[in-house]
Write a protein that binds this ligand. Structure first.
Ligand code: SAM
Length: 317
């Protein structure tokens, strides 16, 4: 922001007008409309973000999970984590750029970004909000649409992206993440999600939080919770806290074939639909284990899958 002001000082101000300059700088910082009227908004200033929405009569959409991140430290922490394993030439995929706070931080670090945004109004103005220069604009591709559809049709425009960094929308976040997990195309995924969802993704074998999503994700990714994020870091403020989770692809199950993976998903899905029951009762006449679904390790799920692979499909769930 300050270099932007300096630019104006040198163009418009007569020599010796220091008092005027200082006053100008103070009032510019205090007036939330200043930056976006200049084409540049501070996306981590709640007052500027609110003023931007009011002026455009833009009401954040609850169904689309439009809770904008307005905390600079969290933005930097997400981007630091997201890029920690990235190569210089990696393309970053982002779902739900919204006003563009993460997109801007990624572009400022010299990255190429592909962003998918469902809200047409936010998608249309993204480049002008976050890319100040032609050079930065050239590093951003914004696709308007539903990420669930775009990921499902294996869009050509997404080719080459192997790093995923996103503040995911509440409603569709888990599905978007699991779709990406299933493709195994991303090497690393850093996501901001509801705290409970992040805990379920990272939950180890035997934990009460162990879930379908966690077992699916951990087949190919190591999952860790990087940090908790308070509801006060967003505007509008959501009702629950969030957390940043990092998923790092591992190759421990690279030998697991496509047929095995399909059956694995089918078994895990069926089992977690009856998580209180024992496996013997869920998979009648096929499995004798008295364990409950959350008690199995990934290795045990793999063994179970391999054991049932040649079973008559009519007997399978
Ligand atoms: N990245 C911004 C931030 O951190 O402030 C906004 C994050 S906000 C939690 C989620 C964003 O995802 C919103 O901009 C919303 O419009 C968008 N969104 C919701 N559902 C979507 C979907 N199915 N596909 C793509 N974008 C979606």
């Amino acid at each position: 922001m300050v270099p932007y002001l300096d630019h104006y000082y040198t163009i418009f101000c007569p020599p010796g007008a220091i008092g005027y300059l200082i006053l100008f700088q103070i009032s510019a910082h205090e007036d939330p409309k200043f930056w976006y009227n200049m084409g540049q908004m501070n996306l981590t200033s709640p007052s500027q973000v609110k003023a931007w929405c009011i002026e455009r009569q833009f009401h954040p959409n609850k169904i689309l999970g439009q809770n904008f991140l307005v905390d600079r430290n969290i933005v930097e922490a997400i981007v630091d984590t997201g890029l920690s394993g990235a190569r210089e030439d990696d393309i970053i995929l982002e779902v739900g750029p919204g006003l563009g706070v993460l997109t801007e931080a990624l572009l400022n670090r010299g990255r190429r970004v592909i962003a998918i945004e469902k809200d047409p109004y936010l998608a249309e103005g993204l480049a002008s909000r976050v890319a100040e220069t032609e050079e930065a604009r050239a590093r951003l591709v914004c696709i308007e649409g539903d990420a669930l559809d775009i990921l499902a049709r294996d869009d050509e425009a997404l080719r080459g992206a192997e790093i995923f960094v996103s503040n995911l929308p509440y409603q569709a976040g888990t599905r978007i993440l699991l779709d990406l997990v299933e493709t195994r195309e991303m090497r690393e995924m850093t996501v901001l999600l509801q705290k409970e969802v992040a805990e379920r993704l990272a939950a180890p074998q035997g934990s009460r939080a162990r879930s379908l999503a966690g077992v699916f994700a951990q087949l190919d990714y190591d999952v860790e919770i990087v940090r908790k994020v308070s509801a006060s870091c967003f505007w509008p403020r959501p009702e629950i806290d969030s957390a940043v989770a990092k998923l790092t692809r591992h190759d421990r199950n690279a030998d697991f074939g496509e047929n095995e993976r399909a059956l694995f998903r089918r078994l895990v899905k069926t089992a977690f639909a009856h998580r209180r029951k024992q496996l013997a009762s869920i998979f009648k006449n096929l499995v004798s284990s008295t364990k409950r679904p959350e008690a199995l390790s990934i290795e045990e799920w793999k063994q179970l899958t391999k054991g049932l692979l040649n079973e008559d499909p009519r007997r399978l769930p």
